[in-house]
Design a protein around this ligand. Structure first.
Ligand code: GDG
Length: 510
């Protein structure tokens, strides 16, 4: 069997490039390496002759990379328009920000048709095809129209909203109905799975039996596969980065001195809740003035999709709020909030996570949120920091030992920051060990294998899921003084966020 991965953007690695630590791209590349495979998608480049030009290919080991450029009209309608001004806000429950245009929808369908046409020419009979994310929802339907009978799976990295929200999108019934062309649809959480299945039933008249969904003559399966990170690689990276005291870590030591550090790391995206988070930090300093001068918030926010107007507005707002809070709460020798709008190396990020006493991960809505997992993986097991996590991040479904907060409630987030900073070491260690065990048992390797196993079983008689077990053993320290013991990889514990235990999501808290 050969694995074929399709994603919106494909970066052809440099021949000399050493594998980066972890990350989705690395995990997918490893899966391709072990099966031999093809990775197809947009090059990220724009060229006016793109539609008629041949696909560009490059061979790296056992993997063939095949990329196509987009015309500027395609990029505007498919990528900047329908994907990022209609689907992205809609999937994040932000109807007020959702901009729909028929022309952009046509452009989206057009690029999916063009991708299908290009892919068909490269397919072999035993290929298993794995398509990623919201840019490419109708791709399997386009492939089926061209007679492709191979196994095709889809993974949706972002949330799936309830049908009352998704149904507001014109042509929502047609679009959601194309999901039935897949053999397996993976989403991040059980809430997303329930929403998608509910939407298929309500909007395209699907009949449903557990995770099996039938639309007309086609049957698919919708299941949750919570994505993970390469925990082991990230843990090593963080420990090494702090030991080596590379530049940002050294400078942070010098500029912060004994001051405590609260860290946020997010693409500059409104779904990540950066502005409400800054406000919450301001509220924390107002409510607990004893912390003034003793703690600072570092928000790393590399710019993202800056050609989309809502992102440009967020850029402006975050500067304004940080400026106002620093001006009103800061002192001549202390700046409470630093927002840096640039990307740092993974190495630097890992070290900064480890230096920070609090990881502040408060998206308004998020598919999973890998930063939450990276923050935990990076901690010193002997003196770990505390994760404050939004209940609306998919990660909250697994990481109930974090301090779970409602990001819309500024006072609640402010109180959680105070609780985190005051938490006794024994409790920090207890929470860290449970969180580490959960993310380690469901790391990126587990995710890839589990998805691909389910895809190759799809269509076959129903799979039996391994029993859910409690959290793994505590990550007791090992001989190197830092490495938590590796738990056995089976099904990870799926713990509910603490606040949610009493009132569970009948109608989903999302
Ligand atoms: C989508 C879904 C889902 C951030 N700043 C820098 C940097 N990053 C890295 C983080 C992390 C990644 O970017 C962000 O991942 P998230 O999961 O937090 O969010 P999205 O980008 O929105 O990803 C999300 C994910 O897909 C996977 O399925 O979890 O819900 O929205 O790895 O570390 N990396 C570097 N420098 C930075 O400044 N090197």
């Amino acid at each position: 069997m050969r694995l074929v991965i399709v994603s919106n953007r494909v970066t052809i690695p440099d021949r000399s490039e050493k594998a980066a630590a972890g990350g989705l791209a690395v995990a997918l590349r490893e899966a391709l390496d072990s099966h031999g495979g093809l990775w197809f998608g947009w090059s990220g480049e724009v060229a006016e002759n793109a539609a008629g030009a041949p696909v560009k290919t490059a061979q790296r080991g056992k993997v063939t990379y095949a990329v196509t450029d987009l015309t500027s009209a395609e990029r505007d309608s498919y990528y900047l328009g329908f994907s990022n001004r209609a689907l992205w806000p809609l999937m994040h429950y932000r109807l007020g920000l959702t901009e729909f245009s028929r022309t952009e929808y046509e452009g989206y369908l057009g690029v999916n048709r063009r991708f299908a046409k290009a892919l068909v020419a490269m397919l072999q009979p035993d290929d298993v095809i794995w398509i990623h994310d919201y840019h490419l929802i109708p791709l399997a339907a386009e492939l089926r129209r061209r007679g492709v009978t191979n196994r095709i799976g889809y993974f949706h990295h972002i949330p799936w909203p309830p049908s009352e929200v998704f149904g507001a999108l014109p042509f929502s019934s047609t679009l959601i109905g194309t999901m039935a062309a897949y053999d397996l649809v993976g989403v991040q959480t059980e809430i997303d799975a329930a929403n998608l299945i509910g939407g298929l039933r309500a909007l395209s008249g699907a009949s449903v039996d557990g995770d099996r969904v039938r639309v007309g003559r086609r049957q698919t399966s919708v299941q949750a596969f919570p994505i993970g990170i390469d925990v082991e690689a990230f843990r090593k990276l963080a420990a090494a980065s702090v030991r080596a005291a590379t530049l940002p870590i050294k400078t942070t030591r010098e500029t912060l001195g004994e001051r405590k550090l609260v860290i946020g790391v997010d693409r500059l995206d409104y779904s990540k809740g950066i502005v409400p988070r800054l406000e919450a930090f301001g509220q924390f300093l107002r409510s607990h003035p004893e912390h003034r001068g003793r703690v600072g918030l570092l928000q790393i926010a590399p710019p993202s999709r800056s050609e989309v107007p809502e992102y440009a507005e967020l850029d402006r707002q975050s500067d304004e709020v940080a400026g106002r809070l620093n001006a009103t709460l800061g002192e001549f020798d202390w700046t409470p909030i630093r927002v840096v709008k640039k990307a740092y190396s993974r190495n630097a990020l890992a070290g900064l996570y480890r230096r920070a006493q609090v990881g502040l991960v408060t998206p308004m809505r998020d598919g999973m949120n890998l930063v939450a997992k990276e923050y935990v993986a990076a901690q010193d097991p002997a003196d770990p920091g505390v994760l404050v996590l939004s209940r609306f991040a998919g990660a909250a479904q697994q990481m109930g030992e974090a301090l779970i907060v409602n990001p819309f409630d500024t006072h609640e987030v402010a109180d959680a920051i105070r609780t985190a900073l005051a938490m006794p070491k024994s409790e920090r260690i207890r929470r860290f060990e449970r969180l580490y065990a959960v993310i380690d048992a469901s790391d990126i390797g587990w995710w890839t294998q589990r998805y691909l196993a389910a895809l190759s079983n799809s269509g076959a008689p129903r799979q039996t899921t391994p029993p859910k077990t409690g959290p793994r053993r505590s990550p007791a320290k090992s001989a190197d003084g830092d490495r938590p013991r590796k738990p056995v990889k089976t099904m990870p514990a799926v713990t509910k966020p603490r606040r949610e235990r009493a009132a569970q999501p009948g109608s989903s808290p999302h």
